[in-house]
Design a protein around this ligand. Structure first.
Ligand code: V55
Ligand code: FE
Length: 525
């Protein structure tokens, strides 16, 4: 694939652009223009604003595992920020096949280990069975996103997990997650893969495990689910809860109205909410060698609420119009009404996901905004749920102070673009803090030529007030060959700009999600 960009100062960027364009086909064409170049070519639904995290600006063929000791720092890393910031994203082991999507690159985990004012950086691939088999074979053996019928016969029975979506700590492990498989367990400090197919000591009541478990705010238990839980394409969803020690506390099985992508879910004190969007399994497309999903632009959404302590039979479904939501900022209940805050778009947020019925991807209807969904559990007669847009900032990877995962919360954080820029196509990236109590926002503008990955909140100490802490995020410097900087902001004073910037001498690996583990939860080295 040739590139018309002949800017001599951006030779490296040129190459990456070529790689992305060639490797991911349609995504290269539809999103690449906005993703890899600067903001100019962005559609309104482009990076940071739309669904596609700026993360995918980093190459999906990076493959450099690295260790950077004692990174250079501008400013001062605060004394009360001690722990590790983990990131994970797809980093394709081999160029992706025509028709495949960037969500299928193999997982590459990175870590900023921060202690006593110093930061070290490390990155390692998740070396699970898939990665090892493909490394030994010297070629792709799992050539298509969530389509086992395309697999090389030699890998029959192996986990297909790319482990590329999210990471969380559980017991003494870092679990690398992909929603179609069990986790892979890594060492929290060395990032070695120690248990490539982690099934909680055979107690995992599902064949799959979500990328978005929640930690219960009161008990520290991990509440999670798996969809397509009893086999490929099944309409069974397994809901379950593990104690911090790894004991299975509770589980129940429910059915969904149709098989759609259940990327995230919500947990409140008493309820679990799963939200079914018309990113549907497409059996014909799968048979023809394509990916798992396609967008049905006339499909209805289903907001399902079920008690956390029952057998699943109390599940209530509230239906609504065609919408997409993939990530939850926070959720809570108030007098029987259940609220779930999500990024929401009217249509398919992902330009590389096929559209059914020959429709065209729509960058405007594909743009996401923070939106509050709710349903009144005390009212037996309603069959719909309510939708309220909260803020006019676009963006798709919302976060909160994760200590409030299952409780009422006030503050949310989001990577976005300046909504007041005179030319929205050139709007600078930034992070905002949303205060739901006052419905006000504070925006930090990262400046020109920088893109931002999803941010993550780190409390100042274990007993800090909600939102008292730091916001961490990876900044990619477009004008420096995509070099990476970790920015650290005071989460209560985003307007002041970073208190510290940790400089990498190289690009960072790409990122979908990130996760903070405080010093108190890390093993002693
Ligand atoms: C997402 C990411 C995935 C995936 C499904 O919304 C959904 C994000 C990186 O992989 O397989
Ligand atoms: Fe996600």
């Amino acid at each position: 694939m040739t590139d018309k960009n002949n800017d001599k100062t951006s030779q490296h960027r040129f190459n990456r652009r070529e790689i992305l364009g060639g490797a991911i086909g349609i995504a290269g064409a539809a999103a690449g223009a906005g993703l890899i170049g600067n903001a100019q070519a962005q559609p309104p639904g482009g990076p940071g604003g739309g669904p596609i995290p700026d993360a995918f600006q980093t190459p999906s063929l990076f493959r450099l595992e690295s260790d950077v000791r004692n990174c250079q720092v501008t400013g001062n890393i605060p004394d009360d920020l001690n722990g590790a910031f983990y990131r994970v994203g797809p980093d394709a082991q081999y160029p992706l096949r025509q028709g495949n999507i960037p969500f299928d690159g193999e997982g590459h985990v990175s870590m900023f280990r921060i202690k006593n004012g110093r930061a070290d950086y490390k990155s390692r691939y998740v070396k699970n069975d898939r990665w090892k088999a493909q490394d030994e074979a010297g070629r792709i053996l799992f050539p298509m996103y969530r389509n086992p019928s395309m697999d090389d016969p030699s890998v029959a029975g192996l986990s297909r997990s790319t482990a590329n979506t999210h990471i969380i700590n559980h017991k003494n492990y870092l679990l690398a997650l992909k929603e179609d498989s069990p986790p892979a367990a890594m060492d929290l400090l060395t990032l070695e893969t120690v248990e490539p197919n982690f099934t909680f000591g055979d107690k995992l009541p599902s064949q799959t495990f979500t990328a978005h478990p929640k930690v219960d705010s009161r008990t520290g238990n991990m509440v999670a689910f798996g969809y397509e839980a009893t086999g490929f394409g099944s309409d069974d969803v397994s809901l379950f809860e593990f104690s911090p020690q790894g004991d299975l506390i509770w589980n129940a099985m429910v059915k969904v109205p149709y098989v759609g992508m259940l990327h995230d879910f919500a947990v409140t004190e008493n309820y679990i909410v799963i939200y079914v969007i018309p990113m549907v399994i497409d059996h014909q497309q799968i048979q023809e060698g394509g990916i798992h999903w396609a967008w049905n632009d006339s499909g209805r959404t289903h907001f399902g609420v079920v008690r956390r302590d029952g057998d699943g039979s109390d599940m209530r479904w509230f239906t609504g119009p065609t919408r997409s939501a993939t990530h939850v900022m926070g959720a809570f209940e108030d007098g029987g009404r259940v609220y779930v805050d999500v990024e929401m778009s009217e249509s398919n947020p992902f330009p590389f996901m096929p559209m059914q019925e020959g429709k065209q991807w729509d960058p405007v209807r594909g743009t996401s905004y923070m939106t509050r969904l709710s349903a009144d559990m005390n009212n037996r007669s309603i069959s719909g749920y309510d939708i309220e847009r909260l803020y006019e900032y676009r963006g798709a990877l919302p976060r909160q102070d994760d200590r409030y995962n299952t409780a009422s919360y006030r503050y949310g954080f989001l990577g976005t673009r300046d909504k007041d820029a005179s030319n929205p196509r050139q709007a600078n990236a930034g992070y905002i803090r949303m205060d739901h109590a006052t419905r006000t926002t504070v925006f930090w503008d990262a400046g020109q030529g920088t893109s931002l990955a999803e941010c993550c909140f780190a409390p100042k100490h274990d007993n800090a007030r909600e939102g008292e802490g730091y916001l961490l995020g990876l900044a990619t410097r477009q004008n420096e060959d995509g070099r990476g900087d970790l920015v650290i902001l005071d989460a209560e004073h985003l307007e002041d700009g970073p208190v510290a910037v940790v400089h990498l001498p190289i690009q960072a690996v790409g990122q979908v999600h990130g996760w903070w583990v405080p010093e108190s939860q890390l093993p002693v080295a």
